[in-house]
Ligand binder design. Structure first.
Ligand SMILES: Nc1ncnc2c1ncn2[C@@H]1O[C@H](COP(=O)(O)OP(=O)(O)OP(=O)(O)O)[C@@H](O)[C@H]1O
Length: 315
């Protein structure tokens, strides 16, 4: 039995449209399923836990939504054996990108039903679990601005979710002020002046495909960190096109770090986000929880033997 977790509102209504497509495919293929429409980010974990407790033969929990919807159910799936499948229906869809899950619904459904599993790490920060990245500073402020904006709804409505982030970057560039930050990676502290952002990544991209930590791998037990510091506004603006291809990492105002735990303390309050959802403005302590989540991904077939394989259903 497959559990489909649907956020009708994700991607400005793409969640519901995608579910209708997927439901027709499931009926045509006579795949056994149950559909769970989640009401909100806060109640989703409880709804999923309740559904999972009702039977023992779940083969997968397949989310139809964006990164925020996936974020809302991580607590229910962590170390539970039931693998996470993803049918992307958000504006950013960086979880799908990070696991090479196709963006088209039918191909994503095929991936979810193939039962090839990757053991992925989770990030633990601010009392929450995150799958893609915990970002603080400029880009968290971009997300806070975009999520509360009219242009996100408008862009989603015309199928241009990525455009909303580009508008958000320009909007935030005008108002944001960099400040000093201390970053402690596996006990080693470093300080950076005029810091714009600190991103702690499990997957290579966020913000709709921006490759902020291109070397990040979800199953390596390590956090990849990108610190942008000492750049002028013009340099920061010129950095964004390079992030699309992940070519920013060698720039003089970019420092890349890697470790198992990372503490981030800005000199002034700065927003943080996990999977694009707000984590508050307190200093951050981010810890890697190795192999805490099974993910249905085409990467599993190509990954190192012993860390991946067929999923075993469990309750
Ligand atoms: N499980 C859920 N059920 C209902 N609403 C949710 C759930 N999880 C999050 N939400 C709300 O729905 C909004 C949109 O969901 P989601 O983040 O998945 O899509 P998106 O913002 O369009 O895409 P992305 O996160 O990939 O950019 C979230 O910002 C949050 O307010």
């Amino acid at each position: 039995m497959y559990l489909f977790i649907i956020n009708s509102r994700s991607g400005g209504g793409a969640g519901l449209r995608t579910w209708h497509t997927v439901q027709a495919l499931l009926e045509a293929r006579t795949v056994p399923y149950e559909a769970l429409f989640t009401r909100s980010a806060d109640s989703a974990e409880g709804q999923v836990l309740q559904a999972l407790a009702l039977r023992e033969d779940w083969r997968a929990a397949i989310v139809i939504g964006g990164d925020g919807t996936i974020h809302s159910v991580l607590g229910a799936l962590r170390r539970r054996g039931v693998p996470l499948g993803v049918i992307p229906a958000g504006s950013g869809n960086d979880t799908a990108r990070g696991f090479s899950i196709p963006l088209a619904p039918e191909a994503a459904l095929d991936t979810a039903l193939q039962e090839r599993c990757l053991e992925a790490d989770l990030l633990s920060a601010a009392g929450r679990l995150t799958l893609t990245a915990v970002a603080s500073g400029f880009d968290a402020q971009v997300a806070v601005n975009v999520n509360g904006s009219r242009y996100k709804r408008l862009c989603n409505a015309i199928g241009a979710g990525r455009l909303a982030y580009i508008i958000g970057i320009l909007h935030t560039l005008i108002t944001f002020k960099p400040c000093r930050v201390s970053v402690t990676c596996d006990g080693k502290e470093q300080s950076f002046d005029q810091a714009w952002l600190v991103s702690v990544c499990n997957l290579p991209s966020y913000g709709g495909g921006l490759l902020i930590c291109p070397q990040a791998e979800p199953g390596d037990g390590l956090l990849d960190v990108c610190v942008v510091h000492g750049a002028s506004r013009v340099q920061l603006l010129r950095l964004f096109p390079t992030v699309v291809k992940g070519r920013h990492t060698k720039l003089p105002y970019v420092t890349m770090l890697r470790g198992r735990s990372v503490a981030v303390r800005f000199a002034q309050p700065r927003h943080a986000i996990g999977d694009g959802e707000a984590l508050g403005t307190a200093p951050l302590s981010v810890r890697c929880e190795p192999e805490a989540l099974r993910v249905l991904s085409p990467l599993a077939a190509a990954a190192v033997a012993g860390t991946t394989g067929s999923c075993h259903a469990s309750g």
